[in-house]
Design a protein around this ligand. Structure first.
Ligand SMILES: [Zn+2]
Length: 730
């Protein structure tokens, strides 16, 4: 038995009350009777009942209202509006019935623009506007509180120099310039945003290493403008003046407040000098619209760049020639308060096991997609879970929810909070469920299959996520599972649908608030969201008009996201046995290793045979444990002690992937299986992979041994979990 009978009794009457209370106003949700991973049969039935009730609560109209509230004004980190929104969320959570609502304050080295200007002085005079155009149909675009162009954490400086076009600003682009006899030392480098995509902070570090004096990054219409389709306000893509703001922090080395690397910026904490901070750029940077970049590009008269460097503007893109600009960036860097809002619903039986939900609050401007779509989905989630709690329905484990601050700057709020509560989180956190942008795509142009459901999850939780998707309905009317498969076929143009095991993306990069929990604290994470055509990222046009006319006019995607988020949370919170699948996890690890071998020529330098064997044994032990737990409904007869013992072991397996030494060169990143590249792209088996890519074979062999030891330890733990499960009866 898991539910003490008293709780179960209460639950039963609450369900009855609920069914009566809601059936009058909501359309019924199909009720599943299928088994659920980690649930005994009676508990699976109760869980389905609970989930049906939960799913009937979120409403598209309420989601729209939340969205309008959060996007009414620009709300970047450390702004008065963003701090007001923190108070607003805290008040709402209290009203919704959440407990222990607190505002956590951190003193952060913040960065905001004082003076920013750009002029071309040779061969013709041009003053860049550095502002976005207003449109009559969307009065928000006339709001004077919207910022002009800037990069968070740009260095301050006043530079006059010649311009060099360096394509995407990735290392191979500078190699090509070198081959053409062009150095960027002391020059101003002009690059475009995404071809292929790399995080702008990586472009900044690369330009800094190349000795450039300043970096300009512009949005080429080939990537997010008229080449792709209709532009705002008629379609989802970026118009000529749209500017992609953003931070250029080196948070792939260490995220959070740059002056408190590895510890929390609580009141009185020690801060290192900014000059010592590894994550602060030393280069001046500025984002540009294509309208401001075009005069620079078209006035160059040097050698023409190769075909794949040509963008969509009707000019020929050249490496260099005749263009000199004056760029001036004055940043105000000072300690500012950031606020994380935190609340919980205490678990009825296992209050010291936490399922954490989170979304960031700060936005570069209005944040229509990023992050306020996620915030609207979150507020519907907390309202729905609060309503269940007001009717006496508590989850068995504790639900914690956080509204993060300063994600846009350096994943700052979540990092500081994670560092502050590291000891607790390492012991208590079952999983973190992150939603940054819940709807980052245009339903208007998505076609009949709709927007793509694009979650990512650590491999051990991928199967449970697929299972949950079968019990949620997508806006198209199909189950989310069917819609997910259909959009995957559409997007990949594949003839047949992906297998269930290929549905979830199990490779997880950085760039959002899951980073501290996965990479620093070794806790499992899931990211949820819908994606599609979206070209106004971090611009002023990412606003309520975009969302309510182009992105999700019915707000049904927002609510679908609330439902899947809530179901994942409720399953993790109520499961008899935590639904980790280490058999699947082991198979994914073998795949990661095969990919590493395929992409790199290891020749005789490194033998990974025994690591393959260890991953295989881990997968087998995981499958055997799952078999033992599901055999003969042994779960139905297990004692609470027996279940608890197994859950403790399962959580320990996730913890064992953490190596306190960290990966070579980046000690803050301590997960042995997951990290991210400097571009924010996913990076599996990071210590080993980076050593192999550097062809440092001695280090690679060392890293393989570190991995082998961790896998071996976990295989033994899986085996002992199985034998104690089979031994103790019931
Ligand atoms: Zn975001």
């Amino acid at each position: 038995m898991c539910f003490p009978s008293r709780t179960f009794h209460t639950l039963f009457w609450c369900f009855l009350f609920f069914v009566v209370a809601i059936s009058a106003q909501q359309k019924p949700v199909n009720r599943s009777t299928s088994p659920i991973l980690g649930f005994s049969s009676p508990h699976a039935a109760a869980q389905h009942e609970l989930e049906a009730n939960f799913q009937s609560i979120p409403s598209p109209d309420k989601a729209r209202e939340w969205h309008r509230t959060f996007t009414a004004e620009p709300h970047p980190a450390a702004s008065e509006r963003n701090n007001q929104l923190a108070e607003f969320i805290a008040d709402e959570w209290r009203k919704q019935g959440w407990e222990d609502v607190v505002l956590r304050r951190y003193d952060i080295l913040h960065s905001r623009p004082r003076t920013v200007s750009l002029e071309m002085i040779v061969p013709v005079a041009y003053t860049a506007g550095l502002r976005e155009d207003p449109y009559d149909v969307d009065p928000d675009t006339k709001n004077p509180a919207v910022s002009g162009s800037y990069f968070g954490y740009s260095a301050s400086g006043d530079v006059t120099a010649e311009v060099v076009y360096a394509h995407s600003g990735n290392p191979e682009d500078y190699d090509l310039l070198r081959k053409n006899g062009i150095s960027v030392k002391g020059k101003i480098v002009l690059v475009r945003y995404s071809n292929p995509y790399s995080y702008r902070g990586f472009k900044a570090l690369t330009a800094e290493r190349e000795g450039a004096a300043a970096l300009l990054i512009y949005s080429d219409p080939a990537e997010d403008g008229w080449t792709r389709g209709k532009v705002f306000p008629d379609g989802p893509w970026g118009p000529e003046s749209h500017i992609q703001r953003g931070a250029i922090t080196y948070d792939y080395i260490v995220p959070g407040d740059p002056t408190t690397p590895g510890w929390a910026s609580v009141a009185g904490a020690k801060h290192i000098a900014p000059e010592e901070a590894r994550s602060l750029p030393k280069i001046v940077g500025l984002p540009l619209s294509w309208r401001d970049a075009k005069p620079l590009l078209e006035n160059m008269n040097g050698p023409e760049a190769p075909k794949d460097w040509q963008g969509a503007l009707p000019i020929s893109y050249r490496f260099t020639g005749a263009v000199k600009v004056h760029v001036k960036v004055g940043m105000d860097t000072s300690i500012q308060p950031y606020t994380v809002v935190e609340a919980r619903i205490r678990g009825s039986e296992l209050p010291d096991e936490w399922v954490l939900l989170g979304n960031h609050r700060d936005a570069w401007a209005f944040g229509g997609v990023d992050p306020s779509s996620g915030t609207a989905s979150m507020m519907e989630l907390t309202r729905s879970l609060g309503e269940l709690k007001q009717h006496g329905i508590r989850p068995r484990r504790t639900l914690v929810v956080c509204s993060w601050d300063g994600e846009e700057y350096a994943l700052t709020g979540s990092t500081e909070w994670g560092e502050q509560f590291a000891d607790d989180l390492k012991k208590k956190l079952v999983a973190y469920l992150n939603v940054d942008e819940s709807v980052a795509g245009a339903a208007m142009t998505a076609g009949p299959e709709g927007l793509s459901f694009s979650p990512s999850a650590v491999a051990s939780l991928a199967p449970m996520l697929v299972e949950v998707s079968k019990d949620v309905r997508a806006p198209s009317g199909k189950t989310l599972y069917e819609a997910w498969r259909a959009t995957r076929i559409r997007n990949s143009k594949a003839a047949k649908p992906p297998t269930d095991s290929a549905l979830v993306e199990t490779r997880i990069g950085s760039g959002s608030d899951h980073t501290v929990f996965l990479n620093h604290l070794g806790r499992p994470v899931i990211n949820l969201g819908f994606t599609g055509e979206y070209g106004v990222y971090h611009s002023m046009y990412d606003d309520h008009y975009w969302m309510s006319h182009i992105g999700d006019p019915t707000f049904e995607y927002h609510v679908t996201l609330t439902r899947i988020w809530g179901l994942v949370a409720l399953r993790l919170a109520n499961a008899d046995i935590l639904p980790f699948d280490f058999g699947f996890n082991g198979t994914a690890l073998e795949q990661f290793l095969r990919e590493l071998e395929q992409k790199n020529n290891l020749k005789s330098h490194l033998n990974l045979k025994s690591l393959h064997a260890r991953f295989g044994e881990f997968a087998e032990a995981g499958n055997l444990l799952r078999g033992a737990v599901t055999k003969d409904q042994s779960l139905d007869h297990a004692s609470a002690e027996k279940l608890q013992h197994l859950n403790t072991q399962l959580l320990q397996i996730e913890s064992n992937w953490l190596d306190p030494a960290g990966i070579p060169g980046r000690p803050w990143f301590q997960h042995l299986l997951y990290s991210s590249r400097y571009t924010y792209a996913h990076l599996e088996l990071p210590g080993l992979t980076e050593a192999v890519e550097k062809q440092d074979w001695k280090l690679a062999a060392q890293q393989a041994t570190v991995l082998e030891r961790a896998v071996q330890k976990n295989t033994e733990l899986l085996r002992s979990a199985r034998s104690s499960w089979e031994k103790t009866n019931p």
